[in-house]
Design a protein around this ligand. Structure first.
Ligand SMILES: [Mg+2]
Length: 257
């Protein structure tokens, strides 16, 4: 993986810093630092300011594993941002009742089949479930049990994450589909995507280096992303770089719509 803020990475970023580039970001661990209680995840004030300005210059989208409504509440004051929830499947106005019914049936089955695991939190996001085992006394053992039970559910895709197992309708659009669809919808010629987790690999594996710049937060030799940030704190310099470049180009730097 090439460091995005090294000389080769900056050159690539400069090539993508154009008004018809879609900027697409994950939220937790990417725009916002990971915290012990996910309910407390927030943007740093500096990130909020930069993101507000960047989203006025480029078409900008956040694709999160959270529900769309949850993220919209966390991004108040950032009205230029488009938000897609539930790992790419929950777009604005989404009403996929077949998924909702399936997720509800999984929740019922898990309540019946899972043994009592202290500290386990099942988060129902309507279109997917997230089983958080960060606070279990033995997280590895909890993970083994919930993976085994989740395997028995119908029509499920299991996607791991940082102390979480996500259960998503198997055939639903993922983050990769969401990035490509947003590019088409916003008439963008290329996209930058930054994410930090297993669910973001759905974008990284698309492997379209001429039109898709893929960046993983923290180096991971198993990732399919081409570039990496050393830590989440490097997001602010990336946003500042994109902002600075946008004012240098295209007289006034208007974003394409
Ligand atoms: Mg993340």
């Amino acid at each position: 993986m090439i460091p995005l803020l090294g000389s080769a990475g900056r050159a690539a970023l400069a090539r993508f810093a154009r008004p018809d580039t879609l900027l697409a970001f994950d939220y937790d661990g990417t725009l916002a630092p990971i915290v012990a209680d996910p309910q407390r995840a927030r943007l740093r004030p500096r990130t909020h300011t930069l993101l507000a300005r960047v989203s006025e210059r480029y078409p900008t989208i956040v694709i999160t594993g959270r529900s769309r409504l949850d993220l919209l509440r966390r991004l108040s004051g950032l009205s230029a941002l488009e938000v897609i929830g539930n790992h790419g499947l929950e777009t604005a106005g989404a009403n996929r009742l077949e998924y909702v019914r399936r997720v509800k049936s999984w929740h019922t089955a898990l309540a019946r089949e899972l043994p009592t695991i202290p500290g386990l939190v099942i988060e129902d996001k309507r279109y997917s479930l997230a089983l958080h085992y960060r606070h279990c006394p033995d997280p590895a053992a909890a993970r083994t049990v919930i993976r085994a039970v989740a395997q028995t559910l119908n029509g499920v895709r299991r996607v791991g994450g940082k102390s979480v197992l996500n259960l998503i309708p198997a055939e639903a659009p993922n983050k990769g589909h969401a990035v490509l669809a947003a590019c088409a919808r916003r008439a963008c010629a290329r996209a930058l995507y930054i994410g930090d987790d297993e669910t973001d690999e759905d974008v990284f594996i698309l492997k379209r280096p001429a039109t898709l710049l893929t960046v993983r937060v923290e180096h991971d030799p198993e990732s399919s992303a081409d570039y990496c940030l050393r830590s989440q704190e490097e997001m602010d310099p990336v946003l500042a770089f994109l902002l600075e470049r946008s004012s240098r180009t295209v007289g006034g730097g208007q974003a394409c719509e």
